[in-house]
Design a protein around this ligand. Sequence first.
Ligand code: FAD
Length: 310
Amino acid sequence: MKISALFATGKPLFSFEFFPPKTEAGAANLARAVHDLKDLSPDFVSVTHGAGGSTRDRTVDLVTRIQREEGMRAMAHLTAVATTRDEIATLVDRLVDAGIENMIPLRGDPPADEQDFAAPPGGFAHASDLVTFIRQRHGSRLCLAGAGYPEGHPQCRDLDRDMEHLVTKVKAGIDFIITQLFFDNRHYFNFVARARRAGITIPIIPGIMPITDAAQIERITRMCGASMPPLLLSELDRRRGDPVATMQLGLAQATAQCIGLIAGGAPGIHFYTLNQSPATRMILTALRIANPTESLAPQRGERQPSEARR
Ligand SMILES: Cc1cc2nc3c(=O)[nH]c(=O)nc-3n(C[C@H](O)[C@H](O)[C@H](O)COP(=O)(O)OP(=O)(O)OC[C@H]3O[C@@H](n4cnc5c(N)ncnc54)[C@H](O)[C@@H]3O)c2cc1C
């Protein structure tokens, strides 16, 4: 079933993102996370495509296995990095043949030693080109998502221009947007308001990454350009060297964020799990107990921009 069909229920969608492991220990970790999180009946899970297109086959294998064997609706990430049109066509056809109806076509990042992304020979320069290509090949039988950046993409900090590019991607045929991670809900609500003003009407699911490790989150935010509010940074600093206290802070932060997002009308939460289950389990359990759509929000669905701002 296409993820796009689920939005009509009006219920917030919860989803988990996994990455294909490279080692046996990583595989065991992932198996544990999938097993633990399956229990929470996510609306869908997604499987990333390694940087530089490095995990293409493993992404296809994992996304297919999760959908077939674990019975969870699975979405494949694919990127344009180091990939020709023909290779993308083969990859998408393989996924379609395996029964995968949900995909998120991405541009991907340039290699670490290169500043700018250069389209590979015979490949695609922007995610929107990839979306157009897949739509031409498979029409509307697939549900396609796209990435959005509440604080602007690191290579396009001009928010208006970045929004114009997002409009192009929506027009190319994406059905919904998943955002980059952020730590201040105002970034999300302002982004939604700007997108609505730009004429984007599709659902925008916020992406949340619970902090579980200080060094790791610093590395990730440096890479993706997400900012940390000063208070969160200083609280993180105070707990430096204390993994349990750091995890507790991360749980409190992400739980508060998720409750605020759902209460403010977000159509779901996409959890960047990093193949770990405990934090996501605790947050989603808290969220279901708090039931913010019933107890906090006066109405369901995304509100108008002025109401949505927090
Ligand atoms: C939900 C989510 C999932 C992700 N999954 C993966 C993954 O599995 N593997 C991975 O390697 N990376 C992943 N990423 C990271 C992503 O690949 C990077 O953020 C990448 O730099 C941009 O990809 P994009 O699809 O947003 O690109 P695009 O939409 O192409 O945007 C990239 C940049 O180009 C600009 N741009 C877009 N269109 C145009 C245009 N027509 N003319 C000029 N400029 C333009 C944009 O403003 C932006 O600065 C993910 C990110 C998110 C938010």
